[in-house]
Design a protein around this ligand. Structure first.
Ligand SMILES: NC(=O)c1ccc[n+]([C@@H]2O[C@H](COP(=O)([O-])OP(=O)(O)OC[C@H]3O[C@@H](n4cnc5c(N)ncnc54)[C@H](OP(=O)(O)O)[C@@H]3O)[C@@H](O)[C@H]2O)c1
Length: 323
């Protein structure tokens, strides 16, 4: 099959080529990939940034698996031993294992769900990592109706889902984004939009119950200043590079939380098929819609990953179309 592969860190090592077809193991299905969402996760693997994360991404010199991509939407073509939930022909979306920028991909049955009937494969492929991360953060925050939440990176992958979910739950949403995305963020449910090129959300008199930071490289101390006493900072901006990236701030967050009048929370999103089902329900209810601003053929998947690298400026989601 054709796939975007990489045996060493660095953009120059990404190439589309032939690799052996994967075979489903216990509890896995083999999916013919129709579309695969692009995430900053793919940039981390492509470049091996931050360096400390290489311990989790593979070896110090190269990523594992060899095929890039995490999200997928497609059609089951084979079921591995022990799989009763899915059969060939079923249309699914979710998290692949072993890479999804490929004609075929494996997925654990617990990490996929049936494709929402209202969404195309391209739209469904835009959801898994970004929408599940948004949902798991807002749930961990126990966000309630009437609370005021500020969301940075509101026009990007996680942010545009978070704006919609928070608004659907009855929260008052302030979206922080660039001027290009302001109208979209308002349409998605934000009652107020802060254009970060003109105003600084961490300055001024505004106070929020929750600040959910996905971009902007704000210091947690600065964000803490704009939450109410007892408020919450959801620290999810992983865009820093270098040796340690965002790790020092995140590792000291529990200690800092004890010394300051606000809490800091970092959630490591899990590949939950159950949460994909929750999102499917929100789509069916008409309160959640993925915005896909561009699609790329497999041959140009690297260009798509570059768009979400570091301090990226993606609008909604970018999706690689495979077949
Ligand atoms: N915790 C987890 O398990 C988990 C899972 C997935 C991803 N992540 C992390 O989540 C972060 C966000 O991911 P994503 O998929 O949403 O990224 P994305 O799709 O690239 O979106 C980032 C958005 O931020 C906006 N932006 C850039 N600079 C900004 C600024 N100064 N202030 C406000 N917005 C700004 C960009 O557009 P404009 O500038 O044009 O508005 C873009 O829309 C990444 O750092 C990623 O590593 C964490």
């Amino acid at each position: 099959m054709r796939a975007l592969t990489q045996d060493r860190y660095g953009w120059e090592h990404l190439r589309v080529g032939e690799v052996p077809d994967p075979e489903p193991g216990q509890g896995q299905v083999l999916v013919k990939v129709r579309a695969a969402g692009v995430n900053p996760y793919d940039w981390h693997y492509a470049t091996g940034q931050p360096l400390v994360a290489r311990a989790m991404m593979g070896t110090f010199t190269g990523p594992r698996p060899l095929v890039r991509g995490a999200d997928l939407s497609g059609v089951v073509v084979a079921a591995g031993p022990g799989v009763t939930q899915y059969a060939p022909g079923d249309e699914v979306f979710g998290f692949g294992t072993g890479g999804t920028f490929a004609e075929l991909a494996l997925a654990e049955v617990g990490s996929i769900a049936r494709r929402p009937v209202d969404l195309t494969h391209v739209e469904a492929a835009a959801m898994p990592m970004a929408a599940v991360t948004a949902l798991q953060y807002l749930r961990a925050a126990e966000l309630r109706a009437g609370q005021h939440i500020a969301i940075t990176g509101a026009g990007g992958g996680i942010g545009h889902f978070a704006v919609q979910i928070a608004a659907a739950w009855g929260a008052e949403v302030t979206g922080v984004c660039g001027p290009r995305n302001a109208a979209m963020v308002r349409e998605l449910g934000a009652s107020e939009v802060i254009d970060y090129t003109k105003d600084d959300v961490t300055a001024g008199e505004r106070r929020f119950d929750v600040v959910f930071t996905n971009a902007g490289r704000y210091s947690l101390r600065a964000l803490g200043r704009v939450v109410v006493p007892g408020g919450l900072v959801l620290a999810n901006d992983g865009s820093r590079e270098g040796l340690l990236g965002p790790m020092p701030e995140l590792m000291t967050a529990p200690l800092v939380s004890r010394m300051r009048p606000y809490r800091i929370l970092n959630v490591s999103a899990t590949t939950s098929g159950e949460d994909l089902g929750v999102l499917e329900g929100l789509v069916a209810d008409g309160v959640l819609l993925p915005i896909v601003s561009a699609t790329y053929p497999l041959e140009r998947a690297v260009d798509a990953i570059r768009q979400v690298a570091g301090h990226g400026h993606a609008r909604g989601k970018l999706v690689v179309t495979i077949s």
